[in-house]
Ligand binder design. Structure first.
Ligand SMILES: Nc1ncnc2c1ncn2[C@@H]1O[C@H](COP(=O)(O)OP(=O)(O)OP(=O)(O)O)[C@@H](O)[C@H]1O
Ligand SMILES: [Mg+2]
Length: 234
């Protein structure tokens, strides 16, 4: 049986008077990888920010595990199991890798400390870098830290905004493997991914946005590569 983990109903959101998202409807099933795609500026990050609670929708509802979270502040959503690794692999630059992970763990007060080790097992490249300041990491290393930091919050829903953006292919492969393993553990993943091939390999469902509206949403298995290319070219 499939259980809805996250449901967006008739969601509108934007910045001030500039509406960016129009009537978004989306259901993500527990334990799946839901991929959101679309060209630059169509509203993908705005959508993720709205789900994380950083933007208040002007209309519509967000339901997480059966609870209406539309009016919950971001920290309540984090405690409820929603972790977010924003676009641009943000980390606390002056802190070391280890401090970044410990701080995230303390801040969220979710789950045992072995989650830090578990997150590092997902990204072994970080292990020799534990005492390095995050600001000195390469883009790929910082992205891995950003995802590891989200994982130590013990999420049931992990939101990733373009985790492969600007990253060399070998690291993209490692991140892709990590996402597959994270989902195999039962964590639901909501992923914004620009690289079509990566998205098509990872996704259980594909949602395509254009100008703030859903123009396609369905199972990955029902989409041929040609259809996917056509949708992304719109
Ligand atoms: N803080 C903001 N204030 C006003 N407008 C914004 C703000 N952030 C984004 N926008 C606008 O909202 C629209 C959607 O932006 P968003 O960042 O959600 O797109 P995106 O699909 O994530 O793009 P990209 O692929 O480049 O990351 C764009 O027109 C953008 O200029
Ligand atoms: Mg974006």
């Amino acid at each position: 049986m499939t259980t809805p983990h996250l449901t967006l109903t008739n969601l509108n959101a934007g910045y001030g008077r500039a509406q960016v998202l129009f009537d978004i409807n989306l259901t993500i099933t527990t334990g799946t990888i839901a991929c959101v795609m679309g060209r630059n500026g169509v509203g993908k990050t705005t959508l993720l920010n709205t789900i994380a609670g950083l933007i208040t929708p002007t209309h519509g509802t967000i339901t997480h595990n059966g609870t209406d979270i539309t009016k919950q502040p971001p920290h309540t959503r984090i405690h409820g199991g929603i972790a977010y690794a924003p676009q641009g692999h943000e980390t606390f630059a002056p802190l070391t890798v280890a401090q970044n992970l410990t701080l995230a763990h303390h801040a969220t007060k979710r789950g045992p400390t072995h989650l830090i080790d578990h997150a590092l097992d997902r990204f072994p490249r970080l292990k020799p870098l534990l005492n390095r300041r995050a600001g000195l990491l390469s883009g790929g290393q910082a992205q891995q830290l950003a995802i590891a930091r989200a994982l130590v919050a013990h999420p049931t829903l992990l939101i990733l905004d373009e985790p492969t953006e600007g990253i060399q292919p070998s690291i993209v492969e490692e991140i892709e493997t990590a996402i597959t393993d994270i989902a195999a553990e039962g964590i639901t993943v909501l992923l914004v991914e620009q690289y079509l091939d990566v998205a098509l390999r990872l996704a259980d469902t594909v949602t395509v946005l254009d100008a703030g509206r859903v123009i396609h949403s369905g199972d990955r298995a029902d989409l041929t590569d040609t259809q996917a290319h056509t949708l992304m070219a719109i």
